[in-house]
Write a protein that binds this ligand. Structure first.
Ligand code: DGY
Length: 325
């Protein structure tokens, strides 16, 4: 049995597959694979571990319906046509939970950095602009007792909410497809509709999946409803915000600042105007980038494909309908 892995990943997963007698082939370069290269690679293997940047469409899935499993090396799976995978009988796995804390840390880090303009101050030093103490210049805003609005209160959103509650006693409101009463009790959180989330939050942090429903949801209208002091944080998917509208909202002072770990498109152009704004902090999609999370993701992805090769249900299955249940 052979598994193709579309980028070098931590050894944990590879060692696991080897210990089970599975051969692994790893795409040898840093560049993403083209659709043709993905197709060629898939033709001669039994399962694949892919990255969130690999686009897996219906045509690929139809051509490669022999695959016994595909595991995304990510929790999000908006890069895969899940309905087509189910139609062609291919189980799809992902790597949830093990990256929740790492990703929430990045959301928290961005929020804090934006509130104190940290990246901007760093750039000031590089630009030889560190002069005498200035009591009224470049001030940040405190987060204590402010309101955090979580858009998508899943595992990562919960970890972000916990950090904000315990660090700054922030009031938690959230908007989700469904209510979570357990979390409401734990964090004294309140479920609100989308408009209320926009209007009442001092910080809005995105943790939903990218779907037709969430795509472009944070547009000019949404930004215009937010508080002037609001901080917008996106560690989920760049497709959920309209980057031009975000830039305009920041330029017009409709919101205070933004922290992004995801952009649209990725990678962001190095000369993008957002990168030079004092109240903006941008990171290159590193939410899950700790040694611990990435190793655990590697193992989780390997466990997924191994289960598929054994004809068993993937432990972290995305399309359980593929099994007719
Ligand atoms: C995820 O796991 O979904 C991360 O955003 C990496 O793509």
């Amino acid at each position: 049995m052979k598994v193709y892995i579309t980028r070098k990943i931590p050894d944990t997963g590879i060692e696991f597959l080897k210990s089970k007698g599975i051969e692994t082939i790893v795409w040898p370069t840093r560049n993403p694979m083209s659709p043709e290269e993905l197709n060629t690679a898939a033709a001669s293997v039994d399962a694949m571990i892919i990255m969130s940047g690999d686009k897996i469409d219906a045509k690929f899935l139809q051509n490669n319906s022999h695959l016994k499993a595909i595991s995304n090396y990510a929790v999000g799976f908006d890069n895969i046509d899940i309905a087509a995978a189910t139609k062609f009988g291919i189980p799809i796995g992902n790597t949830p939970d093990v990256l929740s804390e790492a990703t929430a840390d990045i959301a928290f880090l961005l929020m804090l950095n934006v509130s104190r303009k940290a990246f901007y101050h760093h750039k000031r030093i590089l630009n030889r602009d560190w002069d005498t103490f200035q009591p009224t210049l470049n001030l940040g805003i405190s987060l204590r007792d402010k309101t955090l609005g979580v858009f998508g209160l899943g595992r990562i959103g919960l970890e972000m909410a916990r950090r904000c509650k315990y660090a700054y006693n922030m009031n938690i409101i959230y908007h989700n497809r469904s209510r979570n009463e357990e979390i409401e009790k734990e964090l004294d959180a309140k479920y609100v509709d989308f408009d209320t989330l926009l209007k009442e939050s001092d910080v809005i942090s995105l943790h939903a999946a990218l779907t037709e429903e969430t795509k472009g949801r944070f547009n000019a209208t949404a930004f215009s409803k937010m508080k002037k002091n609001a901080i917008f944080v996106n560690t989920a998917r760049g497709g959920m915000h309209d980057e031009k509208a975000l830039l305009a909202a920041l330029e017009n002072g409709e919101i205070w600042g933004a922290g992004l770990d995801v952009t649209n498109p990725e990678p962001m152009q190095a000369d993008h105007p957002l990168l030079n704004m004092p109240n903006v902090c941008i990171l290159p999609h590193i939410g899950s980038a700790t040694q611990e999370a990435r190793s655990a993701m590697s193992l989780r992805a390997a466990e997924n494909v191994f289960a598929g090769l054994e004809g068993k249900i993937l432990p972290f299955i995305v399309n359980k309908e593929v099994y007719g249940c």
